[in-house]
Design a protein around this ligand. Structure first.
Ligand code: NAD
Length: 500
């Protein structure tokens, strides 16, 4: 991968003692450094409540990196760029001390006044921090000032609007980088290349040739320690409003006139505008919710969601969502986009299946079953690749066919894992490329779509639990497709074949 070198910058991480910083941000910065993508002119200030010294912080960063990789060359040189300051997010004097340290590091490392403010903290602090960094002078520099903001961006449209208005007091839209880490994933970024760099697919990419599209993101894990957060969120807000709808937009958008941030975003926004709105009267026709009960995962018994820590024993929160999205425009009229996400499902996997229409007349056949439709499967994670499902003639049997799979697996070609999403997104933000971050218009439109469903679900107590841990979700999710004459392609039959 050729990541470009970033310009000089100071990276301020708010919430630097937290889980995200430890598992994702420090290892990603280190990988950028080792590859030479991070300019030598960089410094990191970590802030959080704890009263740590620079040395304690550096040791913490070192351990975080050692946990993530065995290649530890130049680690000491790397962490010498890290500084720590204890911080109270609502106290101006804290920000003034931070500014003094930032200005000093700006001189020491010739950072040209470039600052990236990374908010790796609970969302209730996003607005306060954005206010203070401006009011207390941290953004008064001659370089760029960018805000990187983690999900969730609000919990519905009104709260997202409020947060947006607040952060826009301090940062221009073009300087706000709203993270959706799915957009940093190699194969999500590959959706555009598959579509727009191949003469083969784009002519077929419409309602004349595609019968339906299925996007599944499944997890085997339950809610783990995140019960408190998850109870307020649920799968719809945690996964659908952002990650799944973003993948749908990339699959459905028109070819942009060029691959620039503004052009791509504008095409994605048009998809959201073309989404057939759901009303409270027809939610049940388009969306299904589920919550896992007890069951088995990989042979081990696991408890139900309502028995998890910090979860209400009568919880009405969904851990599974399946939905049908209709995009009412010329290209997609009549083609359902089915989406599905859930916890405690049989495998951890994110896949997109593009199912092509049946050929008009079967001259060939497969024994005991109808001729299989062509599928293009995009494997997002954990495997990364593409598989094309075709039919080929069975040797010696002139009317019989065999299904064949043409596979491309990313890992087997590169011989290494692809870069972590966070590594790419940090590199992008430092270089000022906002293409793989969500624009406010996308956030607003996706909340507007999802709010109707969540309001309706909140009003009605569901008959939960309605799927067993380790199963593929409630029966109603299968019926959603069956009534249209389709079925979910079983994930187990879609595995990418790794050919070396
Ligand atoms: P965390 O609870 O592990 O860390 C929170 C950090 O904020 C800690 O450093 C804590 O000291 C600091 N903090 C809390 N209150 C503070 C205060 N009043 N003043 C100063 N510092 C304070 O949280 P996390 O898991 O790292 O998540 C951070 C953000 O990233 C959240 O918005 C979360 O939704 C998002 N996120 C996390 C992950 C993940 O894998 N952990 C994934 C996606 C998004």
């Amino acid at each position: 991968m050729n990541q470009q070198e970033t310009p000089a910058a100071l990276i301020l991480i708010f919430g630097a003692t937290g889980d995200l910083a430890k598992r994702k941000l420090f290892p990603s910065l280190y990988r950028l450094y080792r590859k030479g993508s991070l300019s030598d002119q960089f410094a990191v200030i970590g802030t959080a409540r704890r009263d740590w010294t620079n040395d304690t912080f550096r040791q913490h960063v070192k351990e975080a990196i050692a946990d993530s990789t065995k290649q530890l060359e130049q680690l000491d040189a790397f962490i010498s760029h890290f500084y720590y300051q204890a911080h109270d997010v609502s106290d101006s004097s804290s920000y003034r001390s931070l500014k003094a340290l930032a200005d000093r590091l700006d001189d020491t490392y010739s950072l040209q006044g470039n600052r990236l403010f990374y908010l790796a903290m609970a969302p209730e602090f996003f607005g306060t921090i954005a206010d203070h960094v401006k009011a207390d002078g941290l953004t008064d520099t001659n370089g760029y000032n960018r805000l990187v903001i983690e999900k969730p961006f609000g919990h519905d449209l009104p709260s997202a609007e409020k947060l947006n208005q607040q952060i826009r007091q301090s940062f221009e839209e073009r300087d706000i980088y709203r993270i959706d880490h799915y957009l940093g994933k190699e194969m999500v970024q590959n959706i555009e290349a598959i579509r727009f760099a191949n003469a083969l697919f784009e002519p077929l990419w419409n309602n004349r040739y595609i019968s339906n599209i299925q996007v599944t993101s499944s997890e085997t894990l339950g809610v783990e320690e995140r019960g408190r957060y998850y109870e307020k969120s649920g799968a719809l807000k945690d996964m659908v409003q952002n990650h799944l709808m973003q993948m749908v937009a990339l699959l459905a958008m028109e070819p942009p006139i060029k691959l620039s941030t503004d052009e791509i975003r504008s095409e994605k926004v048009k998809v959201f505008r073309a989404l057939r709105p759901i009303t409270k009267e027809n939610v049940d026709q388009y969306f299904v919710r589920g919550q896992y009960g007890s069951g088995e995962i990989e042979g081990e018994p696991v408890k139900g969601y309502r028995q998890e820590v910090n979860v209400d024993p009568q919880s009405n929160t969904e851990t599974f969502v399946a939905g049908k999205l209709m995009i009412d425009n010329f290209r997609w009229a009549g083609v359902p986009f089915y989406i599905r996400t859930g916890k405690r499902m049989p495998s951890k996997s994110t896949k997109i299946v593009i199912q092509f229409k049946d050929i008009p007349m079967n001259l060939y056949y497969q024994p005991d079953q109808p001729l299989a439709p062509n599928l293009l499967v995009i494997h997002i994670q954990p495997e990364e690749g593409i598989t094309l499902h075709l039919n080929a003639k069975r040797a010696g049997q002139h009317l019989l066919t065999n299904p064949v799979k043409l596979s491309y697996a990313n890992n087997s070609v590169d011989g290494m894992n692809t870069p972590e999403a966070y590594e790419k997104l940090l590199n992008d933000a430092l270089r000022g490329d906002a293409t793989n971050f969500t624009h406010w218009d996308e956030v607003a439109l996706s909340w507007r779509f999802v709010d109707v469903i969540s309001d309706y679900w909140e009003m009605k107590q569901a008959a939960f639990p309605n799927y067993e841990a380790g199963s593929t979700g409630p029966k109603a999710a299968d019926e959603l497709l069956e009534k249209d004459g389709f079925f979910w392609w079983p994930l187990s039959t879609l595995e990418v074949d790794v050919c070396n």
